[in-house]
Design a protein around this ligand. Structure first.
Ligand SMILES: [Zn+2]
Ligand SMILES: [Zn+2]
Ligand SMILES: [Zn+2]
Length: 361
């Protein structure tokens, strides 16, 4: 950066001064009746609202009454400037073009949600209305400015929504990055009625799944786990969401089922490789379970035992997930695999007992 000032000292003299409110040496943001103010103190002062003790009007109170320092309005304090928005007249912090935060937010959203024809994409008008009506437009502006230098951020997602590059379905949101931003946006779209309301933990599971699938190296395992999730885990979560609602522990349990199944598949794969060349036996799975230290007796009752021997591997792992001892043994057996898959989850130890879901075992 090239400075047009002869010396740092000159720059200091012209632009820096001691703030009359906080006493720190800062850039001058304004000259008020009680002295120079810095940006921080100016913003804080114009946010102060109430009934002015001088004139009885309800408005912003950035001034200080001489003597006792009670907040008063700009008129009573004798300000030489106003803080009225040049568009809507709201008195508060002013941004570029002397616009208040809400008007600035409105302009920013109008530009971002443009469908390419100079208007907000009609389907997104409810989202626009929700966002501009929020209590703190400053928070929304900060959200839009987040991760500015990154390839994806809230502004970019809104832009893509406006241009129709992201379809208005829950599925479209589950693969989007950054995940937290996509999740927040999905919630806003539900609140504004653009997307149908679905359980937030169901959403959270569906957002988690693609990342987990991407972490599996064997494409055959990816297919199996995807099927397992689609036909076994998700229908149960949906049924649960319809009956009541999904709790955080039910959501975690669903992810653990997927992780157990993945670890189990990997373990089976390694076993099969080391047995290459040997003839396949009809009781293969049963033998494998025994080798893994999981006697069929670990399952209670003949019906479950039968299932253990007949169901596909991920479903077996699912069933094993209900039994703490066999599960932790399985976890030990699959050691490296397991800890790699569980690495992202620091909230629980991988061997902790998955919550038993009432009426589901
Ligand atoms: Zn200050
Ligand atoms: Zn007043
Ligand atoms: Zn305004």
């Amino acid at each position: 950066m090239t400075r047009a000032y002869a010396t740092d000292e000159q720059y200091e003299r012209w632009y820096m001064t001691e703030c009359c409110r906080c006493g720190r040496r800062r850039h001058k943001a304004g000259t008020w009746p009680d002295g120079y103010v810095c940006r921080t103190c100016s913003d804080r002062a114009v946010r102060t609202r109430g009934t002015c003790p001088g004139c009885g009007q309800d408005r912003a109170l950035p001034g200080l009454r001489p003597g006792d320092g009670v907040p008063i309005c700009t008129t009573c304090a004798g300000f030489s400037r106003t803080f009225d928005c040049s568009r809507c007249g709201f008195e508060g912090k002013l941004l570029g073009g002397r616009l208040c935060e809400r008007c600035a937010l409105s302009d920013r959203l109008t530009a971002l949600l443009d469908d390419g024809t100079g208007r907000i994409r009609p389907a997104l008008v409810p989202l626009f209305n929700l966002l501009v009506a929020m209590d703190k437009p400053s928070s929304e502006l900060a959200w839009l400015a987040m991760r500015r230098s990154q390839p994806t951020n809230a502004s970019r997602l809104l832009q893509q929504l406006g241009l129709g590059q992201i379809s208005l379905t829950h599925d479209a949101f589950h693969g989007l990055q950054p995940r937290r931003t996509a999740a927040h946006l999905e919630e806003l779209l539900m609140t504004s009625g653009v997307l149908p309301t679905v359980d937030k933990y169901l959403c959270s599971f569906q957002r988690w799944l693609p990342g987990h699938l991407a972490s599996i190296t064997d494409p055959e395992h990816v297919k199996t786990i995807r099927l397992f999730a689609t036909w076994r885990v998700l229908p149960r979560l949906r049924a649960r969401a319809e009956r009541s609602h999904i709790t955080p522990s039910v959501r975690r349990f669903a992810a653990e089922q997927i992780k157990y199944a993945t670890a189990f598949l990997q373990w089976l794969g390694q076993r099969n490789n080391s047995r290459a060349g040997q003839p396949a036996r009809p009781d293969h799975l049963s033998a494998l379970l025994n080798e893994a230290g999981i006697p069929a007796a670990a399952a209670r009752g003949a019906a479950i035992r039968q299932q253990l021997l007949e169901l596909p591997a991920p479903v077996v792992a699912d069933a094993l997930g209900y039994h703490n001892k066999t599960t932790s043994r399985l976890v030990r057996e699959t050691g490296g695999t397991w800890s790699r898959h569980a690495a992202g989850d620091h909230t629980r130890s991988p061997t902790s007992r998955p919550p038993r879901e009432a009426g589901d075992s």
